[in-house]
Design a protein. Sequence first.
Length: 104
Amino acid sequence: MNYNEGELDISLEDMYKLEHTSYILLDIRSSISFNLSNIEGSINIPKDKIDNRINELLKDKLIIVYCTIGIFAKDVTKKLRKHGYEASNLTNGYSGWLVKKFKE
């Protein structure tokens, strides 16, 4: 994979360099926030439901976790790594993606 496994974070730019079939985008915001708007192609498992739904995630792909600004996603990323998943936190989260989208 084209990311540094020692690093917890992955930038939006580095994510876009990856083959889109090589990762899963995991939105851990509330279902309400996800349904209002999300990064295209992402799945939603709210942060407070991760423990009960972790087995729904595949271990054969990188999981890129995002929340609103990237703080809560760090904790979920660490948890996923402890359970044997390849996981990275999307730097600046949904807000960073939204800013970039509006600048395009």
